[in-house]
Design a binder for this molecule. Sequence first.
Ligand code: HEC
Length: 152
Amino acid sequence: MKKLFTAFLLISFAWSCNEATKDVPKEEKQELSETGMTIVNGVERSELALLMRKMYDEMKLVKDSINQGYEVKTDFYEEFKRIQTAHATEPEKIDDTYQAMAGAFLDNYSLFEQTAENQTEAFNIMLQNCLVCHQQKCPGPVKAINKLKIQP
Ligand code: HEC
């Protein structure tokens, strides 16, 4: 029972790259595979989707902390670098354009991690790099990512 509950929680937060699928989820079939990986409509969440989900959650925490006036110190660069190699739901999306945008994102993420003053600006610039890629490759979460922006 506990396992099922966990699966439900994960799935209720799952995004799709395709904006049009918003009204579909009611009938979504949820189950746990034997390995404990989450399955949505019979498809395992990709390594990249899980990593993205983590990036989103961490950036939400960072935003909240900065908003509360804290100076934030993160150490995620090495982990986030995996966006260059992680397996995607649609591997054909991982082309040269994707890699160029991933590189730009990582450069700006690294700059954000090195910034102690005016973190809001560095954070928003980094976030802009999430959006550039998402507008081209995965529009579904664009609205949610936009909401992470910090009002200066
Ligand atoms: C270089 C392109 C690129 C960058 C940069 C990028 N994303 Fe993504 N993102 C993707 C792609 C492609 C997917 C689809 C992954 C899949 O389904 O395998 C995705 C998926 C997601 C998802 C949906 C995950 C799920 O639950 O299925 C979220 C949320 C997300 N990204 C947030 C972010 C945030 C926040 C940032 C910046 C901190 C970011 N992304 C940076 C390309 C990018």
